[in-house]
Design a protein around this ligand. Structure first.
Ligand SMILES: [Zn+2]
Length: 677
């Protein structure tokens, strides 16, 4: 297949052409031209789709094709020059978005479109697009008096600044602490790679010995493996008091006031926009129907998981007492003892699995499995410009050869690339005039690169991560919707968007599927049955403890954003949630809330519950495959047609019901977690 095969390929970004030095000026020119075009459009007073929505789609496409690749480069191949202008660009783009949402003339054009008799004849995607747009105008404050609108804008700007300060405090506190160790014997238990990293960190700081820090690649292995209890205690204290009034850095980088400033403004914003509280505002764009439904959902899961979580803690205490000689299980012993118990019980080590998962074999298995499930074919496309020689470009085709979409596959960690794994949209499906632009996805992971002629070898966790991101990718690429705002992952509510991704992870636990994705790097032998059984047995290790911990975070987040009023005692609210669902009570000085960046820095405010909410959907959807066959092509086709194809063009619950024939059932999640049979 060559790069001129489909017109969409001519619309792919030209990464090498991105010039940081003139980015802000070019963005300003683009936005000003769009402002002028929108002013002309609203002045014309049209209620015609082609005169209102089509130009808005063209402008959204123009902006996305300009700024999307910039944002992507910032994530995968950052440079000092790009970083220097990136934040400036982001604030201009978000200010432009806020300006559109408060544009009364534009809102009136969509209202005229909505009011015309032909509206009811529009297809699902067009009706949803217009309804979403009108909702976003309302949430932007379009129908408020000018003074209130200014207040809304001011609050949004302040909220963005406060969130950034919160994150900076956490980052500074994380980097502001280190623990130097001179006696290697004290580091007993630490894996060799972590030990080498600690050695390097000390050397970088110009000293002998080893340096332990609070970044996760250092902190997590230390807490799970360090035999020295006092070292664990010191690390735990430093980590759980980051950016707070307690611990070794007490008072410096303290987020106490920032949290109150954020919460006060969030409640003010919600009230200005006509909501009782910020939790209700958050749900205005989500699948969950009401704050009560969210709290009941979480509390119900808590009631079902807590007895099992209590048993798991008891088992851990017994093990610590009998096998490790610890009479009192402290907070800083939990991860350590759990890791020892896991090894003791299952004799399983992630590293041991790596030789069975060479990347080329895993990728071939992933393609084979999804091809069988959804009737697809994958083709490598050569000659497409990327941002790094390791990046691959593939086409997703129907079995009969018709191309559905494309994806960039950027698998390896390297300098300048942010950590973690994620999927992003490069282009969305768009029926424009006589043309159809096909969807294009960016799929990004951070696996260890291939070395010395050997392929990259993945842990089972990493294999699962690849399947997860590929699920997001298929959601984006297999859409049949032609309106970009609701095609693929666009317009899908936050608490439903993890359905296809978590869903696809399930195949990583199926024997038949593992046969397709595993093959020993030397012998080519698939994952041996004995190893599979240990892996499978360990799948639900401490599942209930993990579940109640997630519920603690989710309930704290949601109740905080529902109930907060000035003077609210945040610690007391967290203590109350813990008394309700937690099975481990941390020390009085633990300040988890001061570094809960998901809800104070990122976009999860009153939305942390989404993880569990979407997990019910994905677990329940997968059960139809366990009932009908995990490679049943008819079931796969049904999932593709009713969920993957529809993107955000229809209500998420409607789509789920169409696939499952009924409402989602929480029991499916409990079964998946091994909490009920
Ligand atoms: Zn995801």
């Amino acid at each position: 297949m060559n790069a001129n095969a489909h017109p969409t390929l001519a619309r792919l970004p030209h990464f090498a052409g991105i010039d940081a030095s003139n980015l802000v000026a070019r963005l300003d020119a683009l936005l000003d031209a769009q402002r002028a075009r929108i002013a002309a459009l609203t002045a014309a007073g049209s209620s015609d789709w082609e005169e209102v929505v089509t130009p808005m789609e063209e402008m959204a496409d123009e902006l996305h094709r300009f700024f999307g690749p910039v944002s992507h480069l910032h994530n995968v191949a950052d440079t000092d020059a790009l970083r220097a202008v990136y934040t400036e660009c982001v604030s201009r783009v978000s200010a432009f978005g806020a300006e559109l949402e408060q544009n009364a003339g534009l809102c009136a054009a969509y209202q005229r479109l909505r009011a015309q008799p032909a509206f009811s004849q529009f297809d699902d995607a067009r009706r949803k697009l217009v309804d979403n747009a009108l909702r976003d105008f309302r949430l932007g404050g379009v129908d408020l008096p000018a003074a209130t609108q200014a207040e809304v804008t001011r609050l949004k700007v302040e909220l963005a600044q406060l969130a950034a300060r919160y994150e900076e405090n956490v980052l500074d506190a994380s980097q502001g602490f280190s623990l130097d160790v001179d006696d290697e014997a004290r580091l007993a238990g630490l894996p060799a790679s972590t030990l080498a990293m600690a050695r390097q960190k000390a050397a970088d700081a110009g000293r002998a010995g080893w340096r332990l820090t609070l970044d996760l690649p250092s902190y997590v292995p230390a807490m799970c493996n360090l035999v020295d209890r006092e070292l664990r205690r010191q690390l735990y204290e430093a980590y759980t008091t980051r950016a707070s009034d307690c611990g070794p850095q007490a008072g410096s980088h303290d987020n106490s006031a920032v949290m109150h400033d954020l919460l006060t403004r969030r409640q003010q914003l919600a009230r200005l926009l006509g909501f009782d509280n910020y939790a209700a505002l958050s749900l205005a764009t989500k699948m969950a129907p009401s704050p009560t439904a969210v709290v009941e959902f979480l509390e119900d899961l808590g009631r079902q998981a807590r007895p099992a979580a209590q048993r798991e803690v008891e088992q851990l205490r017994d093990f610590a007492r009998t096998e490790l000689g610890m009479d009192q299980l402290e907070a800083w012993d939990i991860a350590y003892c759990s890791e020892q118990l896991r090894r003791h019980r299952y004799q399983l080590n992630q590293e041991e699995l790596r030789p069975y998962f060479p990347l080329p074999k895993v990728r071939a298995g992933l393609f084979e499995i999804t091809a069988r499930l959804f009737g697809l074919r994958f083709e490598r496309v050569e000659g497409v410009e990327t941002w790094h020689p390791d990046v691959e470009f593939h086409a997703v085709c129907d079995a009969d050869g018709a191309t559905r979409g494309y994806f960039y596959l950027d698998l390896y960690a390297r300098a300048g690339k942010r950590s973690g794994a994620w999927m992003d949209d490069c282009l969305s499906r768009w029926q424009h005039g006589d043309d159809t632009q096909l969807p294009v996805a960016y799929l990004n992971c951070n696996f260890t690169p291939a070395q010395g002629g050997n392929p990259s070898l993945l842990t089972h966790d990493e294999v699962t991560t690849l399947f997860h991101e590929f699920g997001h990718g298929l959601h984006h690429m297999l859409t049949t919707v032609g309106r970009p705002a609701v095609a693929g992952i666009n317009g899908v509510p936050w608490d439903a968007v993890e359905l296809p991704s978590q869903f696809l992870e399930n195949w990583c636990w199926e024997r038949e599927a593992l046969d397709l994705m595993s093959g020993h790097v030397e012998s080519g032998q698939a994952l041996p049955q004995a190893l599979f059984e240990r892996l499978d047995a360990a799948r639900h290790f401490q599942a209930a403890m993990q579940m109640v911990r997630q519920l603690e975070f989710a309930l704290f987040d949601f109740r905080l954003h529902r109930d907060y009023a000035p003077g609210c005692d945040i610690q007391a609210l967290l203590d109350d949630v813990r008394a309700q669902v937690a099975v481990i009570t941390p020390p009085r000085w633990n300040r988890f809330q001061h570094s809960f960046t998901h809800i104070f820095g990122g976009g999860y405010a009153a939305g942390y519950y989404s993880y569990k909410w979407a997990e019910v959907l994905s677990a329940d959807a997968f059960e139809r495959f366990t009932e009908e066959g995990i490679f049943n092509a008819d079931t796969g086709r049904a999932f593709r047609d009713s969920i993957l194809a529809k993107g955000g063009a229809e209500d998420a619950l409607t789509l789920f019901r169409r696939f499952r024939g009924r409402e989602p059932e929480v029991a499916a999640l409990l079964r998946q977690a091994g909490l009920i049979a």
